[in-house]
Every structure is written in structure tokens, then in C-alpha cells.
Design a protein around this ligand. Structure first.
Ligand code: GLN
Length: 233
């Protein structure tokens, strides 16, 4: 049984990131895998789950989310090996510190060594990230710039938009996927949903031929084609 915990959707769900839970559960069920979403509200106990999803949020709610998670069993569960998908504010609060509201530095959960400072401008618009043979598309809307420590692997390389710093986006550890992309990101990037599912389940998955997969294939081809033509003299 695959259990997907959607954390504090009332404060970390401003950009529809709760849709990531629906995508994971649906793509699992279509393959005959028993899967369920547990919505974890403020005041609820942190349940045992296969994967925890953290979405984006505005500065105040993000700070509240960090405090609530600090007081919960979330950090120990992740340290014990549970999986996490984190988007934007979710990404920032997993790090060492993040700056919100007038440059105040706020302590993160310290699960990875990453620092988010206030950028001079807000990054608002489309985000395009290359990751091996895949492309990740989504949109971003954040004021932070994130600096990863040297040992922390980025999620991918930014082709359009800012991500962490205009060069790379997010980070990846053996248990955590973190990106600045909303979308919800998994609805727009089914390959990413399948990477998460197959890692969490520990096995290969058969391909699905949904409309989302077809649209992604078209998008990927268009992005790679335009990258190839811009490289031609
Ligand atoms: N509050 C954070 C920032 O502006 C994150 C925003 C978000 O999650 N989209 O940087």
C-alpha cells in the first residue's frame, strides 16, 4: 500500500501543489497499485506515510509551516528514511535557513545544507529545467534565491527562469526531490511522477499512455528541437 501524505494543504498549497498527490495516486492506481492520499491538516498528528508532499506558500504561512513541522515527527521520519517531494516554500524550509518578510533570516528544518536569501527581484514566470534526457516544465513565483552547499546535488539545470539562482534548480538527495516548479509539477511532468513512484516502490513501472504523457512527449520534443536549432550556426 502506497500512502501519500499531503502536508498542511491549507497553508502550503497556494499554487495547486496538492495536485501532485492526485497525480501520484492516480498513476499508481492505473497500474493496479493500491494507493491513498492522507491530507495532514494543522493540529493533526504526522502519520506514517510512504512519501510526504510539501507545497509552496506565502512567507507567513511558510514560517508557520516550518514551526509546525519542527514540532512534529516529520524531521525524524525523514531522517529515518522517508521520501519527500518539496516545492518552492517546501524546498526552502527543508534547508538551513530562509529569508522571508524583509530579509529576516528564519531557521529551516536543517534536513539539507541549503540557504535561501531574498533575491533583488521576484522570479515570476515559466521555469524550464533540464534533467538528463528529460525536461521539467512549470511556473515559479518566489522571492528567494537558494544556495546549495557543495555536496548537495541540484535537481537540474535551469534553461529558462530562475530556479535556485538562474543556473540550477532545486536539489536531490537519495530521499528528497525538491524543485521551484509549481504546475502542479507532477501533472505537467509525468516522467517525474513515475521516477518518484518507481523509487518509492523500489521497482520498474510500465509506461502509461495518458493524455498527460502525450502532451509531455510533445513538449519535450519542442524544447529539445528549439535547443538544437539555437545551437546551429
Ligand atoms: N515565500 C517563498 C518566496 O517567496 C516561497 C514562495 C512559493 O512557495 N511560491 O520565496
Amino acid at each position: 500500500m502506497l500512502t501519500i501524505a499531503l502536508i498542511y494543504p491549507e497553508i502550503l498549497g497556494t499554487y495547486g501543489d496538492g495536485g501532485n498527490a492526485l497525480v501520484l495516486v492516480e498513476r499508481a492506481r492505473r497500474r493496479g497499485i493500491d494507493a491513498d492520499v492522507m491530507s495532514v491538516g494543522i493540529g493533526d498528528e504526522m502519520p506514517d506515510a510512504s512519501i510526504y508532499l510539501l507545497g509552496g506558500g506565502e512567507d507567513g504561512p511558510q514560517r508557520l509551516g516550518a514551526d509546525l513541522l519542527r514540532e512534529s515527527t516529520f524531521v525524524s521520519r525523514v531522517r529515518d528514511g522517508k521520501y519527500v517531494l518539496a516545492v518552492c516554500a517546501g524546498l526552502q524550509l527543508l534547508g538551513t535557513s530562509f529569508a522571508v518578510e524583509g530579509d529576516d533570516e528564519y531557521e529551516g528544518l536543517g534536513l539539507v545544507r541549503a540557504v535561501t536569501r531574498r533575491g533583488l527581484t521576484r522570479a515570476v514566470g515559466e521555469l524550464l529545467v533540464r534533467r538528463d534526457h528529460d525536461v521539467l516544465v512549470g511556473f515559479e513565483n518566489h522571492g528567494g534565491r537558494t544556495e546549495l552547499s557543495a555536496e548537495l546535488e541540484p535537481f537540474g539545470v535551469v534553461e529558462r527562469g530562475r530556479g535556485n539562482d538562474g543556473v540550477v534548480d532545486g536539489f536531490r538527495t537519495s530521499k528528497i526531490w525538491a524543485t521551484y516548479a509549481h504546475g502542479p509539477v507532477l501533472a505537467m511532468n509525468p516522467w517525474f511522477a513515475d521516477e518518484i513512484l518507481s523509487t518509492v516502490l523500489g521497482r520498474e513501472l510500465e509506461a502509461l499512455g495518458t493524455v498527460a504523457d502525450d502532451l509531455y512527449a510533445e513538449r519535450r520534443a519542442a524544447v529539445l528541437h528549439s535547443a538544437a536549432s539555437s545551437r546551429r550556426p
